[in-house]
Design a protein around this ligand. Sequence first.
Ligand code: HEM
Length: 141
Amino acid sequence: MKHIITALILTGTLGLARAQTAPDDSLFRALGGLPVIERVVQDFMDTMLADARIRHTFDNSNLKRVQQKLVEQFCQLSGGGCVYTGDPMREVHQGLKLTNADFNALVEDLQLAMDKNGIASRTQNRLLALLAPMQRETVTR
Ligand code: HEM
């Protein structure tokens, strides 16, 4: 009985310790924090807008807004403590009728932007892994 109580107390204490631990910001730090995320997103937008495969998708968009929301999103996803204030991914993209080819083009453009900013490939892959599930939400045809 004593052991069970000890175990319960321990579990409770560990649970509390975990809740109090700071959220994992290791990816945010590996990326180089907000200044680097801002530069990556700027280069990402420039690359997409120069990319004949997908630039037409932005014809009717508020580019400044998209850029700001991407910074928030990447910062939040990587544990940087930002809050994404944009619209849900499915809602934003459903009218665009995007294909898997469009999605792959976007990923390539993001990789180029991260290369340009000297981000290590394992760090790039960590961010891409967090974005991968959004393929289902953004590609609708
Ligand atoms: C992981 C995949 C993607 C992510 C994380 C992402 C992220 C975002 C974000 C955060 C916004 C702004 C939302 C807002 O304004 O509230 C946005 C808008 C937009 N995205 Fe994506 N996106 C993805 C895939 C794509 C793809 C594959 C394309 C086209 C090739 C695309 C084209 C656009 C366009 C055109 C807008 C502006 C829509 C509008 O003006 O209403 N996105 N995206």
